[in-house]
Design a protein around this ligand. Structure first.
Ligand code: GTR
Length: 324
């Protein structure tokens, strides 16, 4: 008995020593997209860099495929600290972080390069500062390309063609008003409900980029894709502020540096995935039309008139336009 007790005690001590040596804080991160999607890979890459550079004191686990819930719910989780990290679109923040409205405005960016310059510069920093007031630290902005409309019934070549149609939009008033300004009807709903809603005819279609259209399989139920590219809205990778504030200054530097390197990685992955997805959906029968964007741009005036009234936002819109 005595002997066994000693063995057990020795085991316990050994286990304790081992766990102290490896003391590791695991940070959980959510993503609505499946494994292998550029945002999932970018956060995993961030996690590897952090693990390496903190000698294993921190590790990141990515819960992809909406395992922890739809974006709106996981945003609440990361704000309250149930989750430490989260990768989501900027749009669901439009109602809580007013500065996040600016990159969500239709046709605000002339191109993806323009968006990169803006988000990497002073306007991007201004948006980051605004997020801190809601208990979140923005670690990175990632690419989400341009969003365009797709539907199950017909090709869209002009604004007229959209009249009376019903589209799912991401949960943001800017998107609801944008669709209304085009003469169509918007239904905000979680991403995970879009496929079946199109399939059952509850909506005619939705709007998104090629990688989402592909990986969420929306192309199977909505084969008409109209490349109107109304929004070039970046993604955001955030950390709960209380969790971030607990890091030592040196660890914060490691996290920031790793996040920055993950942005470069994500941009490469994004470009490749966009081309791959476009090819795949075309081969599967998606019909891509390229409308003249001017009519769409002209129709957006009421969206700006309604949402860009605050002097801070008016100035930000001017600043964005001034970026060459
Ligand atoms: C995607 C984005 C997701 C999600 C989705 C949606 O482009 O990457 O984070 O917001 O759109 O439309 O809900």
């Amino acid at each position: 008995m005595l002997h066994l007790g000693k063995v057990a005690a020795a085991f316990t001590v050994a286990a304790l020593l081992a766990s102290t040596a490896m003391a590791q804080t695991v940070l959980r991160s959510s993503d609505t997209h499946p494994d292998g999607y550029p945002t999932v890979e970018a956060v995993e890459y961030f996690g590897e860099l952090v693990k390496d550079r903190t000698e294993g004191r921190y590790a990141v686990e990515v819960y992809h495929s909406a395992q922890l819930g739809e974006e709106k719910d996981t945003i609440e989780q990361v704000r309250s600290g149930v989750l430490e990290l989260n990768r989501v679109s900027m749009a669901p923040f439009n109602g809580t972080v007013k500065e996040s409205i600016v990159p969500a405005l239709p046709y605000i960016f002339r191109s993806e390069e323009h968006m990169h310059k803006v988000m990497d510069g002073a306007v991007g920093d201004q948006i980051k500062a605004a997020f801190e007031n809601t208990g979140l630290v923005v670690l990175a902005y990632y690419d989400a390309g341009a969003r365009s409309f797709y539907n199950s019934s017909k090709p869209i070549n002009t604004v007229e063609d959209l009249k009376g149609m019903k589209f799912r939009v991401i949960q943001s008033d800017i998107f609801v008003d944008m669709v209304a300004a085009l003469g169509a009807n918007a239904t905000p709903m979680p991403y995970g409900e879009v496929y079946s809603s199109i399939e059952t005819g509850v909506i005619d279609g939705a709007e998104n980029n090629f990688p989402s259209y592909d990986t969420a399989k929306h192309f199977e139920v909505a084969k008409h894709f109209s490349l109107d590219e109304h929004t070039i809205l970046p993604e955001v990778f955030v950390m709960n502020k209380a969790a971030y504030d607990q890091l030592t200054p040196e660890d914060q530097r490691i996290f920031q540096e790793a996040a920055k390197e993950s942005v470069a990685k994500q941009r490469e992955l994004w470009a490749a995935k966009t081309a791959e997805s476009r090819k795949k959906v075309e081969e599967a029968g998606a019909q891509i039309s390229t409308p003249d964007k001017q009519g769409f741009i002209d129709a957006m005036e009421p969206v700006y008139a309604k949402h860009v009234t605050d002097p801070v936002l008016i100035k930000m819109v001017e600043d964005v336009k001034a970026v060459q």
